[in-house]
Design a protein around this ligand. Sequence first.
Ligand code: NAD
Length: 500
Amino acid sequence: MDTHQIRQLTHHIRGPVAAAPGARLSPVFDPSSGAVTAQVPLADAAQVRAAVDAAQAAFPAWAATPPLQRARVMFRLRGLIERDADELARTITSEHGKTLSDARGEVTRGMEVVEFAAGIPHLLKGEHSPEVGRGVDSWSERAPLGVVAGVTPFNFPVMVPLWMAPVALACGNSFVLKPSEKVPSAALHLARLLQEAGLPQGVFNVVHGGREAVDALLDDPRVQALSFVGSTPVARYLYERGSAAGKRVQALGGAKNHAVVLPDADIGLAADALLGAGYGSAGERCMAISVAVCVGDATADALVAALAPKVAGLRIAPGLEDPDMGPLVDAAHRERVRGYIDLGVQEGAKLVVDGRAHPCTSRDGFFLGGSLFDHVTPQMRIYREEIFGPVLCVVRVPDFESALALVDGHEYGNGTAVFTRSGGAAREYARRVQAGMVGINVPIPVPMAFHCFGGWKASLFGPLHMHGPDGVRFYTRLKTVTARWPEGAAGAEFVMPTMR
Ligand code: NAD
């Protein structure tokens, strides 16, 4: 390997900052070739403190900047993301592995949150009540929190940071982002774009690292709030430790998304939808469908028959060639997913398509074919646990109520979908199911930026979802002012004020 090609990445604290002397470095891979393309420095507590220092120093002036001016930074950022969309998508593909079209879609979905945040003057408008008492007016306003932090996962290097930062910044906060050390370059690109858009130095900072960096953010009393997206054990840990330290925390965790296929569904439509939702981005999406719940054996037989040749025929190649599916993010994750396929066979599920045998596995890089299991039961670990890879499990149930009970009995409640031609059944499912995001004949119901994203049960810790109106609520605190302008002395009042 030509080590001269390996980029040395920096943190971004007011601007690019090199690794501290003796800092630990972590390799960044191109999943399509397996080659190391960069080294990312892992911040220690001192470096995280420096990022919080920068954010703390920049906060007062930024918070005092009129919302309309903050919105104009978002307008410019939007244009810059559009200008660099192709480069951002290539960066995503080269570090995550997903296909270029999928990466472009990710950039667009992230940009939409910037568009939402550009409306911040409207979103921050409080409520005003004249004459709450005689000559007394009252209004509410939303104030920024201060320094807030974001910790993001590997699977959306652009979109998930953009779920958080634009809303937080537009609300007047300063921000420290700790992106996944597996996909660090896109966050640095976003930091440069924010600077180019006119964001003052220090308002947005990036520190790379792992648990040590995250713990330093949790331990710093100046960090007022923390947004997290990642696996459930880490989400739970951050939520508990951050909340105990008095911080606001929203921690989005893992998922096991069920698609219920009712006997009246259009099986062709359902099979195509599940193919994209199960195997797109190699199943490395928190909204991927990983379980198809088929009501009745005839439904299951028809769905498996329609899906099997499509799964076996997936075009799998380097993401830059824009196939159906690229590689997994790294070798360890591929081994983990492969281990689940071995386990499913041991547990007695029927392996209809074996991704371990796909020709792509002989390529360099972290490739694995798509796998399809039938006759999976709720007791099996391949059903209960999040696999986060290109593996779809078919579970057979006798009726609608058993399908609903199965979905509701699962630990996770992120997204779910129902496929049917019956409006009544779809309405019943959407109304009763215990999940945060529901699709009706829509396999991946990711809400738009002006709505909120979040799951239920072990898929989200904390009361508020991400972006949309909940994002504004999360990144601000409410102040309610009550005012009167009496003429002359009114005299002391010793009783609870009431309307007279
Ligand atoms: P992860 O939990 O391993 O890592 C997420 C972030 O936490 C990274 O920045 C990582 O450096 C940091 N981290 C890892 N271990 C830590 C620890 N012990 N202490 C403190 N910080 C730690 O998740 P991942 O593998 O990057 O991403 C995949 C997971 O994220 C899946 O479980 C997926 O479902 C979930 N996810 C959820 C959503 C959602 O919206 N609910 C969205 C995307 C991904």
